[in-house]
Design a protein around this ligand. Structure first.
Ligand SMILES: *[C@@H]1O[C@H](CO)[C@@H](O)[C@H](O)[C@H]1NC(C)=O
Ligand SMILES: *[C@@H]1O[C@H](CO)[C@@H](O)[C@H](O)[C@H]1NC(C)=O
Ligand SMILES: *[C@@H]1O[C@H](CO)[C@@H](O)[C@H](O)[C@H]1NC(C)=O
Length: 201
């Protein structure tokens, strides 16, 4: 079976859970995969580039996918999990609007062929979001790596934690603060919904 991010093996999930316990307090690093998957950044960059050549709008979609993942239990790839009555995928902010799952699966397959069972889907989302911004002419940043994939998808939490377009501005700012983000991040990620956010900065 093709390894994808949505349908993860139960064993891998268990291993990830133990790894999560082990590394919960350790720091992410930019060279986390430098020996286990040295070509990782090249592979992700190439696949994102292909996806954008096919459809430029995918850049915004991949950034949004990472953003919507991170607001629910951290950047743990849980937005990619299938199934369950209360999945993040089917939460109101995500259903029929989050897109790019198939691009993430393509990137994951390429990464798996180069280094199998090593790189988390959460890290792939983080790199793909950075590359999407960069390849659209935006700024670049160093992506810290070593995230473990979560195995809980919480649609209820997605409905409450993600900023809604009809939230008042102070609620949006508070939700960003809860995720460790500030006003600059509100403007970058949410400004397109709220012209008022642009006015106050
Ligand atoms: C990395 O990619 C280069 C070619 O781009 C290849 O020659 C090399 O074998 C790859 N390294 C690994 C560890 O896969
Ligand atoms: C989902 O999140 C809510 C709110 O934080 C929490 O009460 C609930 O227990 C969580 N459900 C799961 C399955 O983790
Ligand atoms: C938000 O945080 C970033 C990174 O730490 C910083 O560069 C920026 O100035 C901050 N913005 C505000 C409005 O505090």
């Amino acid at each position: 079976m093709k390894k994808s991010c949505g349908l993860r093996g139960y064993c891998l999930c268990l291993i990830n859970m133990f790894m999560l316990l082990l590394v919960a307090r350790s720091q992410l690093t930019s060279d986390f995969y430098s020996s286990s998957c040295p070509n990782l950044s090249k592979i992700v960059r190439r696949e994102v580039q292909k996806a954008l050549m096919n459809e430029m709008r995918m850049a915004a979609s991949l950034l949004r996918l990472h953003f919507h993942d991170c607001f629910v239990n951290g950047c743990d790839g849980s937005i990619l999990l299938d199934g369950g009555d209360d999945a993040e995928k089917s939460a109101i902010p995500n259903l029929n609007s989050v897109r790019g799952y198939e691009v993430v699966d393509t990137i994951k397959s390429s990464v798996e062929s180069a280094c199998s069972g090593v790189v988390s889907c959460a890290d792939i989302l983080a790199i793909a979001a950075r590359d999407s911004v960069l390849l659209s002419g935006g700024p670049s940043w160093k992506v810290l790596l070593g995230r473990r994939d979560g195995k809980v998808s919480n649609g209820t939490l997605a409905n409450s934690a993600l900023p809604a377009p009809f939230d008042p501005l102070d609620t949006i700012i508070a939700k960003f603060n809860d995720a460790g983000l500030n006003l600059t991040d509100v403007v970058s990620l949410s400004g397109k919904h709220r012209t008022s956010a642009l006015v106050i900065v």
